[in-house]
Write a protein that binds this ligand. Structure first.
Ligand SMILES: Nc1nc2c(ncn2[C@@H]2O[C@H](COP(=O)(O)OP(=O)(O)OP(=O)(O)O)[C@@H](O)[C@H]2O)c(=O)[nH]1
Length: 839
């Protein structure tokens, strides 16, 4: 419920304008409200009625007073004494009140008292004196010259509001609470002029404006006046006082309506503030930007504190940090020494496998196809009662990615350098990987037995690469060895153990197992198998593991020797069977609560990957004109489609990098699929449908694949050596191109004489090189100039026709219908051959 301003003014006995400015001053209405037909809510109206009650009552009394009284010049509020003598009547304008001399004297006394009280403030507030004053009915009470500082009625202190009180932003104002305006406003002040029509007093200060000397605290600062009960205040925490500025905690989003309530403003007032601040329009339900809301709140004496969701959990964070610290402490307590993981790196054929072979005394090198290690294997040996884990990394450039991964799980890298070859490109590459992975490096100078072994040269190369050997004043342990003869191997192992000791390698075997996948493959009868190295914790049969998009419940564990084991402690290489797919080499795995959790996590990872791929594909890409042309050209390229099957995952990667290395502007290689396992009938059908060639590497064909491939005209190429695979793919790519035409010289003959015929001339020649064939393409050269080009029409040996005349013999040659032969001309004969196009 509300009441119109002009009605209220009437009730209160105030001028409309006067009430308007009073309402504005007290922020009951906004500055933009200019019409007296606007409304004021009942709470405010009641408060004003209460405040102006005596005057309103006076107005009511006056209203019933006789018209004669009005013209007596007596103060309207003065009691009428019938016994008093009548005084002369003055005609004053209606609505003007005149005070009696007594009134003026009384008021003067009251003013003097008030002044004295201001100098020496009494303990009790002035309001007690207020009733003595008799304000003019329509004149709002002027301010005292010096208002006592203690005068403002004590509003309920906001800061002390009980925390359980729901959210009123400012102190609630009970109905019978002290008036909303500070008491000085009601106290009598300087005596007004005897007769002062309110409307005709523009020069007098506005009745409610405070004299500058009056140290009245602005009501807004202490508490917003008349803050109504807050609708939806549950969302807003109560403002707490913090010195002059009150803290106003709010949770985002900051809605106009809520902020208005919190600041004690009318929503439309706040809306206009927002419009001023942002230059835009905001609705009552609009959410405000934090900086804008803060600025407006500041304007009204509030410090807006936006509580974001994350901030609320600060104590939780502390708790998490505590838990973390405890876990770390526990981890430290459980740390026990673990074997070092050693990676053998080096250039192709420098003897990595032979060295590892010498170390574990098993002849792996001789069993390898083409003599090249094709995938990472991991093995553990025992030396002087201590375990050492070795990774065998392939040496071919194609495996550089895998080598990089090998270095990442490694503690110590043994860089094998052949004593006769010294540092080679892949040695440098391996060194770079080891340095990037920040692992300790030991150099094994191998092949010390061969003639031409030059360890000094290797050492100087080491110095050039800032890994100077110890005996040259550097820090790199350098051990001369011969993998074939087995010399120096024990010293190398001793050095590795020494280095491991220095590194103080430790892990917590009590933790949940986690580690890195070294290699994965599909084994017939076993499904997906992965070789892993446990890095932390103990891996046990029955553990649920997740590794990227794949998971497993460990059904069986196998040691590097193929023995079934029950558990694997840190640094142990172990083969795990039963994965949901083949995990990527280099991927990390970890044990989780149960298989369901593992499956869920794997599914999530798969979805994430799929989503990322979709998002990446959907992202608009900026295409340059050059790129556009290149793309168009690419569609005109010939494409060799391949379907790859390999023995292990690492080989697939290796093949891909070999294929990436084949550069051609004319033919592209498109790998439709690259999987681990046998070549199946399905592969054949797929290849047939897509016109692809099946490339098998170190893998066999499923039964019935060969006849099916023949039937569908699908080409299957199998390889065991990666170089050969690369060469074959190149050939297949070139075969897709139109053959190039190449001129092949057959022979040449020199013109020695010309003979007239019945029709034209014939050249008498000596074949000087190769041979001249009838009908062969030929050209006649005179010096450097080609005079004629055509076919050998007539070829005669003496009088007989010949098909071919070889070098050293004389013959007669007639080129088509050419007749202009001169002695000394040379007739060259050639043929056009078709050759395989270059890539
Ligand atoms: N004389 C001599 N020959 C060696 C020695 N070590 C290795 N070889 C020979 O060097 C060749 C390459 O040896 P591998 O052990 O296969 O070399 P690798 O570095 O493992 O080669 P990839 O597997 O291709 O990377 C083989 O013929 C070995 O017999 C050595 O100490 N002395």
């Amino acid at each position: 419920m509300s009441i119109r301003i002009h009605k209220l003014a009437e009730e209160l006995g105030l001028e409309n304008k006067e009430l308007l400015s009073l309402l504005r001053e007290r922020k009951i209405i906004g500055a933009e409200v200019k019409s007296v037909s606007s409304t004021v809510d009942n709470i405010n109206a009641d408060a004003l009625r209460e405040e102006f009650g005596p005057r309103a009552a006076a107005v009511a009394t006056e209203a019933v007073a006789s018209p004669a009284e009005e013209t007596t010049g007596e103060g309207a509020a003065a009691p009428q004494h019938p016994e008093e003598p009548e005084v002369s009547r003055v005609n004053l304008p209606a609505g003007v009140f005149v005070k009696s001399a007594d009134d003026i004297v009384r008021e003067k006394e009251a003013a003097a008292k008030a002044a004295a009280a201001a100098k020496n403030p009494p303990p009790t507030p002035v309001p007690a004196a207020a009733p003595a004053a008799r304000p003019a009915a329509s004149v709002p009470p002027p301010l005292p010259a010096k208002a006592p500082p203690s005068v403002p009625p004590p509003l309920p202190p906001i800061a002390k509001a009980p925390p359980s009180v729901p959210a009123p932003v400012s102190a609630p104002r009970p109905v019978n609470a002290p008036p909303m305006i500070p008491a000085p406003l009601r106290a009598p002040a300087t005596p007004p002029v005897t007769a002062r029509p309110l409307s005709a007093a523009p020069s007098t200060p506005p009745p409610i404006s405070r004299p500058p000397s009056a140290p009245v605290p602005p009501p807004v600062v202490s508490a917003p006046p008349l803050a109504p009960a807050v609708p939806g205040a549950g969302a807003i925490a109560p403002a707490t006082s913090s010195g002059e500025v009150k803290l106003l905690p709010m949770k985002p989003p900051i809605i106009v309506r809520d902020l208005a309530v919190a600041l004690g403003l009318k929503p439309f007032k706040l809306i206009s503030e927002v419009s001023q601040a942002t230059g835009g329009f905001a609705g009552i339900n609009s959410s405000l930007d934090e900086p804008v809301a803060m600025k407006i709140a500041e304007k009204y004496g509030f410090l807006l504190e936006v509580k974001h969701r994350g901030e609320a959990v600060a104590p939780q964070k502390v708790k998490t940090a505590d838990t973390k610290a405890k876990i770390e402490e526990e981890e430290q307590k459980n740390l026990t020494p673990r074997p070092p993981v050693i990676c053998i790196l080096g250039h192709v054929d420098h003897g990595k496998t032979s060295l590892l072979d010498a170390i574990r005394k098993a002849n792996v090198a001789s069993g390898e196809a083409g003599g090249i290690t094709q995938h990472i294997g991991a093995y553990q040996i025992e030396f002087q009662g201590k375990k050492l884990t070795f990774l065998d990394t392939p040496g071919h450039a194609a495996f550089s990615k895998m080598r990089a991964r090998g270095a990442d799980v490694t503690d110590i890298a043994v860089l094998v350098v052949a004593a006769d070859d010294g540092f080679m490109p892949q040695t440098d590459e391996a060194l770079k990987h080891a340095q990037n992975a920040d692992v300790a490096i030991i150099v094994a100078v191998n092949k010390m037995d061969v003639k031409g072994a030059n360890i000094e040269q290797v050492k100087s190369q080491m110095q050039q690469r800032n890994i100077a050997p110890e005996d040259w004043g550097g820090e790199t342990i350098t051990v001369p060895v011969s993998a074939i003869k087995g010399t120096g191997v024990d010293q190398l192992l001793e050095m590795i153990l020494l280095q491991a000791e220095v590194l103080e390698l430790k892990a917590n075997p009590k933790a949940e197992a986690s580690g890195v996948v070294i290699e994965s493959e599909i084994e017939i009868g076993r499904g997906s198998v992965a070789t892993v190295i446990v890095q932390r914790g103990t891996l046990r049969v029955g553990d649920a593991l997740v590794c990227g998009q794949h998971w497993t419940r460990v059904k069986a564990l196998f040691s590097d020797k193929g023995e079934q084991i029950k558990e694997a402690t840190p640094s142990t290489p172990v083969r795990i069977i039963g994965w949901s797919g083949t995990p990527d080499s280099g991927a990390t795995f970890r044990a989780v609560k149960n298989p369901r959790e593992a499956e869920r996590l794997a599914e999530e990872a798969e979805q994430r990957t799929r989503k990322e791929a979709t998002v990446a594909a959907a992202e608009p890409k900026e295409v340059s004109v050059e790129q556009l042309f290149a793309d168009i050209a690419a569609t005109q390229h010939k494409v060799l489609k391949l379907l790859i099957k390999t023995d292990v995952f690492g080989s697939t990667e290796a093949l891909r990098s070999v294929l990436d290395g084949i550069k051609s502007t004319k033919v592209q290689v498109e790998v439709l699929a690259a999987d681990v396992g046998l070549v199946t009938k399905n592969d054949v059908l797929m290849a047939s449908a897509s016109g692809a060639v099946i490339v098998g590497f170190n893998t066999k064909l499923e039964n019935g694949v060969t006849p099916l491939a023949k039937h569908h005209n699908v080409r299957i190429e199998s390889f065991q050596i990666i170089y050969e695979l690369g060469d074959k793919v190149r050939e297949m790519m070139a075969d897709l191109l139109e053959p190039e035409q190449k001129e092949a010289k057959l022979g040449a003959a020199e013109v020695r004489a010309t003979f007239p015929l019945a029709k034209g001339f014939v050249a008498g020649c000596l074949v000087t090189e190769g041979k001249i064939n009838r009908n062969a393409m030929s050209r006649l050269r005179r010096g450097r100039e080609v005079v004629y080009e055509g076919k050998v029409d007539t070829l005669k040996r003496f009088k007989d026709d010949a098909n071919e005349v070889r070098a050293g013999l004389e013959c007669g040659i007639k080129l088509d219908d050419f007749n202009g032969y001169q002695i000394g001309d040379v007739i060259e004969s050639y043929e056009i051959q078709k050759v395989r196009a270059s890539l």
